[in-house]
Structure formats: structure tokens, C-alpha cells
Design a protein around this ligand. Structure first.
Ligand code: KG4
Ligand code: ZN
Length: 352
């Protein structure tokens, strides 16, 4: 089965064609094309929803066309569009689309485009929860993928969400806890902004933290010892902000702040995940979301659980941040099409 999968929940317009063979657990990515309006938002240090939606509208048809063609041509001509239409008609079995959560304008562009294609090309359509798709990016074939065993604990760490879930089996899951205020990625981006890092701050913060050989600064890990699965990162931002106001910044100090921010966030992510594994007696972890692209986080997770026979699955870096392939990974593992006229953009969609 081949699925055209589309993601437009925020500032990335991404489309992929994924393939799943009968009886196989993992999906192969045949193409994954992403256009981003990040440069536009870098200037403002954050996403302006109307700008993001406008860019989605510009990018969606070229991105889908390139994904169908399987090539990232810089310029598309009439023949390319005709070939893409032919491929959609003859080779694609279904369409998968992110229907939430996300920015309403951005979601609408993707959802209405996918519905139109579903209707006019008579293809089944599968609505996909963006957050679950982040975890199911682990079902994409990579160099060293390995069987995922249920039950598992899922940790979603993105720009808008920090959530812990327990999956008993496919589509049978329980939300254990999440952030009470800022998400992990949001805290990184906000502290990064105070430090003058490029937006989004995750990648630069990671690079700068790696330059620290002797840490001299420590921030508190919020809620690390609380008896629940909740997170809270707004206090960390306040602590970092007070420190930044009181001290004269230089490169060394900025790097130290990056290190301390990452450590405070990553320690609590690991502690709460360990708590969930213990409480529910599981030994498999799935990570997903933009922050899971961080190689220091990956190493810290691996180190923390190395003696405990815990298996940690983390998507390849390019499938950690928003992408179309993860939407297809969820749709193929949970193939559940709806009629096109029953699908709507749901900005507040959470876990159902
Ligand atoms: O999942 P994602 O691409 O979009 C949302 O669904 O929110 O996540 C974006 C977030 C941003 O906050 C960004 O700073 C963070 O992921 N991020 C990282 C890294 N790359 C992206 N955080 C830490 N380290 C990274 N290497
Ligand atoms: Zn995301």
C-alpha cells in the first residue's frame, strides 16, 4: 500500500509517499519533501500564524507534486504536474492528512487540499493526530530499526507539547501527564530568544551546550520529584531570564546557559519517563517530536537506561521535526479511512 501523506500543522509544508508491504510492521519512505517558512519567522523570533498559513497556501501544491514525482525539482513545469496527477491516479492507494492539533490557518490549507484530492481522485482519506504521528515516526525504516514491543511509554517533546503516554497496543493508549504551561521546545525557544540565538533555538542551543567542558551553572529541573507525570517549564524560563538580566553575557556564559537549560529539561524528561516505565512495568520507550532531534538528549536517555534492558526508539533526526512521512507512518499502522466530508481541521485536537 502506498500513501500520500501531508503535514501542514504549523510552519512546515511537508508531503511524503510512504509504502507498507503486507504483513510488514515498518514503512519505507519513497519521498519526503518539506518547504518551511522558518526564515520568515526567524526575523520575528516566533511564528506569526497568518504568515504561516499564507506560506502554506503557496507551497502546498508544489510540495505535493514533488513528493508524488519523488524529486525535489526546483522548478516545476506543466509536464511535471501532469505526471504527478498520473502517479496519484494510478499508484497511490490513499491520502493521509494531519487534522490537528496545530494552527487553524495552516491546518485548513492541508485539510481542504487533502479532502479535495480525496474527492476528485476517489482515494480513501485518513485523518491523523500530529502528536501521535511524532511517536509513530519510529515505524519508519531506518538503518538500524528494530521491532517495537507493546506495551511502551511514549514521550512527545515538541515546540508545542510535552506529553507522556502509555500504549498498551495500537490505538489503545492512556495519557499519563503533560506540561502544565510551556512545552520543552517552547522553553528552549524562549530562553534562546533571550540569548539572541537563531529561531528555533534547539539546534543552536545543542551546538553551544556541546562546547561546555566544565559546567559552572545549574538551573532547577521543575517538578523533578513530584509524584505525577506532569511537567512545567515556565519557571525555568523565569529563572534563566533573571540570571540573564543580572549578568553580562559573553559567548562562554551563553554556552553555559545553553548547557544548564538543556540539562534542567532533559533530567526531568528522563526522570518522569523512568517513573512511567517503573509504574507500568514496561521496558520500551518511544521518543518523538522536534526536541528528540537533540543528540545529547538521545545519549542521556541511552546512558540512563543502559543497564536496565530498556529499549529506546528515537526517530532519525530528519523524522523528529515536523514531516509528512510520520503522518504516513501513523496512517499505515492505523489504517482507518473516513469519508472526506467527515474530516475537519481541529486546532485543539488532543488525545482521543
Ligand atoms: O515537532 P516540531 O518540529 O514542531 C512542533 O510540533 O512543535 O518541534 C519544534 C521544536 C522547536 O521548539 C525546536 O527548538 C525544537 O523542536 N528542536 C530542538 C532541536 N531541533 C528542533 N530542540 C533541541 N535540540 C534540537 N536539536
Ligand atoms: Zn510537531
Amino acid at each position: 500500500m502506498k500513501i500520500l501523506s501531508i503535514e501542514t500543522s504549523c510552519d512546515e509544508t511537508s508531503a511524503a509517499v510512504v509504502e507498507k508491504q503486507n504483513g510488514e510492521e515498518f514503512v519505507k519512505v519513497l519521498s519526503n519533501i518539506t518547504a518551511t517558512s522558518l526564515n520568515l519567522h526567524a526575523e520575528t523570533g516566533g511564528i506569526i500564524p497568518e504568515f504561516a498559513a499564507r506560506e502554506q497556501a503557496k507551497a502546498i501544491i508544489p510540495v505535493i507534486t514533488k513528493a508524488l514525482l519523488g524529486q525535489n525539482n526546483t522548478k516545476l513545469d506543466t509536464n511535471d504536474y501532469l505526471n504527478a496527477r498520473n502517479i496519484l491516479t494510478t499508484e497511490i492507494d490513499a491520502i493521509a492528512i494531519t487534522h490537528g492539533p496545530g494552527l487553524i490557518g495552516s491546518l485548513l490549507v492541508g485539510v481542504e487540499t487533502a479532502k479535495t484530492l480525496s474527492y476528485s481522485f476517489k482515494k480513501p482519506i485518513i485523518p491523523v493526530n500530529h502528536l501521535l504521528a511524532h511517536l509513530f515516526a519510529n515505524y519508519i525504516k531506518s538503518e538500524n530499526y528494530s521491532e517495537i514491543k507493546y506495551p511502551f511509554v511514549g514521550l512527545i517533546v515538541s515546540g508545542g507539547h510535552t506529553d507522556l503516554l502509555l500504549f498498551k497496543k495500537i490505538n489503545e493508549y492512556k495519557w499519563l501527564g503533560g506540561t502544565r504551561d510551556d512545552a520543552a521546545g517552547e522553553a528552549i525557544d524562549k530562553i534562546g530568544r533571550l540569548l539572541g540565538l537563531s529561531y528555533p533555538a534547539g539546534p543552536e542551543m545543542e551546538k553551544r551546550a556541546l562546547l561546555v567542558t566544565t559546567p559552572t551553572l545549574k538551573f532547577k529541573s521543575p517538578l523533578i520529584n513530584s509524584n505525577d507525570f506532569d511537567f512545567s517549564f515556565s519557571g525555568l524560563k523565569a529563572e534563566a531570564s533573571r540570571f540573564i538580566e543580572k549578568n553580562k553575557l559573553n559567548e562562554t556564559l551563553i554556552n553555559q546557559i545553553c548547557f544548564a537549560t538543556q540539562k534542567a529539561i532533559f533530567d526531568v524528561l528522563i526522570q518522569k519517563t523512568a517513573r512511567a516505565l517503573n509504574m507500568y512495568n514496561t521496558n520500551t520507550i518511544l521518543l518523538g517530536g522536534g526536541v528528540s532531534a537533540n543528540q545529547t538528549l538521545k545519549q542521556m536517555f541511552e546512558k540512563s537506561f543502559e543497564d536496565k534492558k530498556i529499549k529506546i526508539h528515537i526517530p532519525e533526526k530528519k523524522y523528529s521535526t515536523d514531516n509528512g512521512a510520520m503522518i504516513g507512518a501513523w496512517a499505515t499502522t492505523n489504517y482507518n479511512p473516513l469519508s472526506w466530508n467527515n474530516i475537519t481541521a481541529m486546532p485543539e485536537l488532543y488525545f482521543i
